[in-house]
Ligand binder design. Structure first.
Ligand SMILES: Cc1cc2nc3c(=O)[nH]c(=O)nc-3n(C[C@H](O)[C@H](O)[C@H](O)COP(=O)(O)O)c2cc1C
Length: 330
């Protein structure tokens, strides 16, 4: 399938999830099945402007993960321009502009989801991105700020721009993550209004929900976020279901958990020891990555709560390893 001129192996995208979809995480998910496009979570344009070194670890070795997208969040045109210039030396495929983040910090700074309230500003940022970036440009939005009334105006702006594709999370900014607020009708409407490919996102947590989303909205591709946390097989499950109608059930157990943790560690090590020096203390980085992910990977494993509690109390990599030994030797 194609998003703009970018050819992807399939129509499944891994969502940008701040502090979650790190390089080891993205590589780990890709070990389980094909993912058309992965994304570096949002980088603040102001941070890049003030201290570019602070984002080096986020961009470390991204050229090894192509096709990959890098997302920027910010509302200051100069910071955006400077961030784009800074990113030009990196090899990646898509520059994504965040116009959906509902965090208090983003709304206060008039960036992310706030931009859906200020289409003039959004339009000017799109112009900068499409003019100065040599990469494809995409936009990640929600259905609107308080409601989806602005969708027609937004579509007009996007249709006049040279944005290559758009991702829409089917909720308003105000609705944050409220389950019942998912509005597939608004996603479908946007798809009908736009000339460019549309990626749909929101609550896709099973092969069935993926099919339902695609069938109802007719979007070109789908993006999966939270379900991948603890279920890296979701992409493979969806792919198999869409292609062959075969359902693969998540069947976690301790043997699988052990394998997953070993594989995750392998992904961290490969990432850290690839040629250039990693700009952060390695032991700490490994510990934080491994701890966070080993907790998620206990999803559906008995006794999950007990294992999670033990893991969550660890404070060092050695303690974490001791706990793994205890868990797997019993
Ligand atoms: C922990 C977390 C971090 C997120 N970080 C980002 C981000 O950096 N950029 C972004 O566009 N969306 C971010 N999102 C939103 C997701 O990309 C996605 O749109 C949302 O989770 C809905 O998809 P899902 O139901 O498949 O998780 C984040 C969501 C979560 C839960």
């Amino acid at each position: 399938m194609k998003l703009g001129t970018l050819v992807l192996e399939n129509n499944l995208l891994l969502a940008p999830l701040q502090k979650v979809t790190t390089a080891p995480y993205r590589r780990f998910c890709r070990e389980f099945g094909k993912i058309g496009l992965v994304s570096v979570p949002m980088l603040y344009t102001k941070r890049i402007q003030n201290n570019p070194r602070s984002v080096l670890s986020d961009l470390h070795k991204i050229e090894k993960e192509r096709p990959i997208s890098v997302q920027l969040i910010g509302s200051d045109p100069i910071a955006l321009r400077e961030s784009i210039d800074f990113l030009e030396s990196y090899q990646f495929d898509v520059l994504d502009i965040n116009a959906g983040c509902p965090s208090k910090k983003a709304i206060k700074a008039k960036e992310g989801g706030y931009l859906l309230n200020d289409l003039k500003k959004l339009s000017s940022l799109i112009k900068i991105a499409t003019k100065y970036s040599s990469h494809l440009v995409s936009l990640k939005i929600r259905t609107g700020f308080k409601n989806s009334d602005n969708i027609n105006n937004l579509a007009k702006i996007v249709n006049k721009s040279s944005v290559d594709f758009i991702t829409i999370h089917g909720r308003t900014v105000k609705d944050r993550f409220v389950d019942t607020a998912l509005d597939l009708k608004a996603v479908k409407r946007l798809k009908e209004l736009l000339k460019i490919p549309v990626v749909g996102n929101g609550n896709i947590n099973s092969p069935q929900s993926a099919k339902l989303f695609l069938d109802f909205t007719k979007v070109d591709a789908i993006m999966i976020g939270r379900e991948s946390m603890g279920n890296p097989e979701i992409f493979h499950q969806i792919n198999t279901y869409l292609k062959e109608g075969v359902e693969q059930i998540l069947n976690n157990n301790l043997t699988k958990l052990k394998k997953h943790i070993e594989l995750y560690e392998h992904c961290i090590n490969n990432y850290l020891y690839e040629n250039i020096e990693f700009p952060y203390p390695i032991e700490r980085y490994k510990f934080v990555e491994l701890k966070r992910n080993s907790i998620w990977l206990t999803k559906n494993i008995h006794p999950s709560t007990e294992i999670r509690t033990k893991i969550s109390l660890t404070k060092t990599l050695d303690e974490l390893r001791d706990i793994f030994e205890q868990i797997f030797d019993n």
